[in-house]
Design a protein around this ligand. Structure first.
Ligand code: ADP
Ligand code: MG
Length: 229
């Protein structure tokens, strides 16, 4: 299974009287199950924009994204819902991922409810998830502000995993974390990928992280993507 990014171009602000600003043009690459495509490039080149388009959260000006050989921008109804579940996005700042007014268990249980896990099964699902991400059950009774950035980023990943995604767009997943916990989170991401064969689009401005994590790499620069290997 793959997610194919074909000839994507993006302009912002194009209209009747304006050509708009071109961010990138004719960008193509493929995400494969169980593999990581590392996307690097300087700040402002459009890496996050490309990530949002890949996850179907934003439309390209031109080009297409194919999931199971079908264009994701033509999906509607149940198919669209299924795609939204199978391709997830993980953000740079894990504090944005959780409602500050809710204890962690409520945030987790809401997701389980949304995906129709029966109530009696929810505690077990939650426990298994916490084991996977290496946190103890104590975190459940905490508010987000009472947890560290590393703990929150693990939980953000855990919550995504409950949805059983096929692909995850990781947009600078460790940039907001202390250097000492960055490596732990990267190792966790690798473990999780091996276990469930999830495909990653890893976005980072840090070449060392890209090289450590990726099976193939691309450099976005001057509006074009250069696939390196
Ligand atoms: P990166 O993630 O590589 O730093 P972004 O994808 O965030 O780059 O942004 C690329 C460019 O597109 C930037 O110049 C940014 O200002 C512009 N941009 C991003 N989102 C929007 C938007 N919604 N409207 C207009 N311009 C945008
Ligand atoms: Mg960005």
């Amino acid at each position: 299974m793959s997610l194919k990014i074909k000839n994507l171009s993006k302009k912002y602000g194009a209209g009747l009287f304006s050509e708009g600003t071109e961010i990138f043009r004719e960008v193509s690459f493929t995400l494969e199950a169980g593999k990581t495509f590392g996307l690097m490039g300087p700040s402002g080149v459009g890496k996050s924009t490309l990530g949002r388009i890949t996850a179907g959260l934003e439309k390209p000006t031109d080009g297409d994204v194919f999931y199971k050989e079908t264009s994701i921008f033509g999906l509607a109804g149940a198919e669209r819902t299924a795609f939204r579940r199978k391709v997830q996005l993980m953000f740079q700042d894990p504090t944005d991922a959780f409602n500050p007014r809710k204890k962690i268990d409520r945030s987790i249980f809401e997701i389980l409810k949304l995906i129709k896990i029966p109530e009696p099964e929810r505690p077990d699902k939650t426990r298994t998830m916490l084991e996977t991400i290496g946190l103890s059950e104590e975190v459940l009774s905490r508010f987000p502000a009472q947890l560290s950035g590393g703990q929150l980023q693990r939980l953000a990943l855990g919550r995504i995993l409950l949805l059983e995604p096929a692909f995850i767009v990781l947009d600078e997943p460790t940039s907001a974390l202390d250097v000492s916990v960055q490596a732990q989170v990267l190792h966790l991401l690798k473990q999780v990928q091996e276990k469930w064969r999830i495909g990653y689009l890893l976005i980072s401005h840090d070449e060392a992280i890209i090289n450590f994590m990726s099976d193939s790499r691309g450099l976005l620069e001057n509006g074009k993507l250069r696939v390196l290997d």
